[in-house]
Structures are given as structure tokens and as C-alpha cells.
Ligand binder design. Sequence first.
Ligand SMILES: NC(=O)c1ccc[n+]([C@@H]2O[C@H](COP(=O)([O-])OP(=O)(O)OC[C@H]3O[C@@H](n4cnc5c(N)ncnc54)[C@H](OP(=O)(O)O)[C@@H]3O)[C@@H](O)[C@H]2O)c1
Length: 322
Amino acid sequence: MSHPASRPACPPATTTGTPAHPTALPTVGVVGAGRVGAVLAAALRGAGHQVVAAAAESDASRARVAALLPGTPVERPSEVARRCDLLLLTVPDDALPNVVRVLASAGALRPGQLVVHTSGRHGLAVLEPAAAVGARTVALHPAMTFTGTAVDLPRLAGCVFGVTAGPAERGEAAALVADLGGRCTWVAEERRALYHAGLAHGANHLVTLVTEACEMLAAAGVDAPADTLRPLLHAALDNALAQGDAALTGPIVRGDVGTVAAHVAELRARAPQALPAYAALGRATLDRVVTDGRLLPIRAARILEVLDAAVPVAAPAPSDVS
Ligand SMILES: NC(=O)c1ccc[n+]([C@@H]2O[C@H](COP(=O)([O-])OP(=O)(O)OC[C@H]3O[C@@H](n4cnc5c(N)ncnc54)[C@H](OP(=O)(O)O)[C@@H]3O)[C@@H](O)[C@H]2O)c1
């Protein structure tokens, strides 16, 4: 392997396509060629790595190999693992433990090989069967959403990767992230699930939130809900990322109980599917504005009554009661 261990822990991001290695680069194998695997392998190829084999069973994965990794041999996972210096395991989170176990017990992994997965939730523990045969292991999660097409490649420039690695692998992990055009943030093994929950809460639940907001505007007769929301949501997102809770505006922080009550009545009548999320996020917002002193508890209590009447808080399950 040629990744220098003395490389700085987290070097500045380089542009995708710019090799970050002064000497010969590790060959790459990818299991499997899904949305993430095909794109990361293509980015590494663009940075000068040779992609020696990819595993792909479904038509969709085979099509991704043809489109993003043309000429790359499609092989069984164990053969991919045997051929490469750097093995990318880009399978679904729930399949990962079994894939690692099977590859290790088949003798497809070897001492010194770098074995990397891209799951946000998992850390190094899931790669233990690989470490047990002497492979070096890294958890390297791109904090990005992937389509599995060339559209994703330029998005890797500046993308943050949540990386968990032992001291001996950190330089190599940072070099790999630099080759991908990204930058790394180090995540402790025991904090991987929390790190991933933060990303999912922000990015995945944002999709649900925006979709529900579009449905409400459509139900209100607005002819272009997305265009109407776009400038407002961009501004709110920028302000929240820059200022946190101080970015909040709207009826809850103003204590406008009558406005919240009107929202609830209309949602119940015309968009009942959105009422539970509206009430849950309203309660969370209330807690935050009371805690930071921007709303008196007495006014918050009146809004809370409205929300609780609309969507009662679920009683704790019997096992939760001590
Ligand atoms: N999608 C994202 O936006 C994103 C972002 C960051 C990180 N991630 C992480 O990246 C990893 C891959 O996610 P993805 O979205 O790329 O998944 P995906 O599109 O569903 O692709 C999964 C790939 O794994 C292969 N595969 C599935 N089960 C397998 C098994 N038992 N043995 C060998 N290969 C198997 C599939 O092959 P076939 O198609 O041939 O069945 C496919 O090529 C996950 O850990 C995920 O959490 C995803």
C-alpha cells in the first residue's frame, strides 16, 4: 500500500480528479456497485486509482458499472476482494456484517489490505472479522445523498466524510478522502449511530417536512408550491446553519396562540396527514424557545394546550413506567 502514514490527519480538500498520492496508488475493488459504490469507485479512478473489479448482480448495478466504470470486470465478491489492495464495501447497512464475515471466512481478505465501508451507522466493530485476519479497517461515510449517476461526481468536491479509523490507518483514510475530493471529520466509534442520526434527522426528515409543506400549499390553492417555498426555505436553512435557534421566527416564538390554533384547525380539516408532524415539531420548537428565554413559560403552556388537544401525547408503554 502506498498511502503515506505521515500524511496530515485531515488535509485540505482537493478537487476530484487530482491525485493525492505521490507514488503508485492502491488498486481498488468494490462490493457492490450500488449508488455509492459505483460513484466512489469512479471518483477514485478519476484520481488515478485502477479499479480492478466490481461485484454487481442486479441489472441496476451492472448498468452502473457500464456507465461509471466502463471496462471494469464484474466478479463475485470474493474474487473482487482477492484482486484489490483497497476493498470498498458499499452494501446495505444490514447486509454488511454478513458480507464481511463471509469474505473473511472464505479467505478472500489478507493482512495489510485496506477494507473500507461507507455506512454511517456502523463503525469499525462490523469490520472485526477483516481485522482478525490482519486487514486494516476504516469506516468512511460520505455525508451526501447519491443517485448512482455521474451527477454525483462533482458533489464529492468538498463533501464531508465521517471517518472512524485507528491511529495507524488515519493517514491512509485521510489520503483516500482527499483522493475523493472531500474532507474528513473524525467520529468516535461509540458515536457513529448518533452522528448518523443527526444527518438523517436533518436531511431525511427535511424531505418529509418539505413535502408536507408543499402539500399544504397545494391544498391552499397555491399553483407552484415548490417555487413559493424555495426562497423562504433557502433563507431559513442558511439562517439556521449560521445562527442556530436564534434564526427562528414565526408564531411559536412570538407566542401567537391564536395563529397556531388556526393552523391546527385547518390542518385537521384539509391536511390531516401533516398534523402529527406539525404538533411534534411545534412541541420541540416550544421547548427550545422557552429554554433559551425567548418565550415565557405561561405563553408556551397555552400553545402546548392547543397542540396537545390536536394530537395527544402518547402514553408511555407499560414497560417504560417504573
Ligand atoms: N445512498 C446514499 O445516498 C448513501 C449516502 C451515504 C452512505 N450510504 C451508505 O453506503 C452503503 C451503500 O448504500 P447504497 O445506497 O449505495 O446502496 P444500494 O444502492 O442499495 O447498493 C447496494 C449494493 O450492494 C450490493 N449488495 C446488496 N446486498 C449484497 C450482498 N449480500 N452481498 C454483496 N453485495 C450486495 C447490491 O448489489 P445488487 O444490486 O447486485 O443486488 C448493490 O450493488 C450503505 O452502507 C449506505 O448506508 C448511502
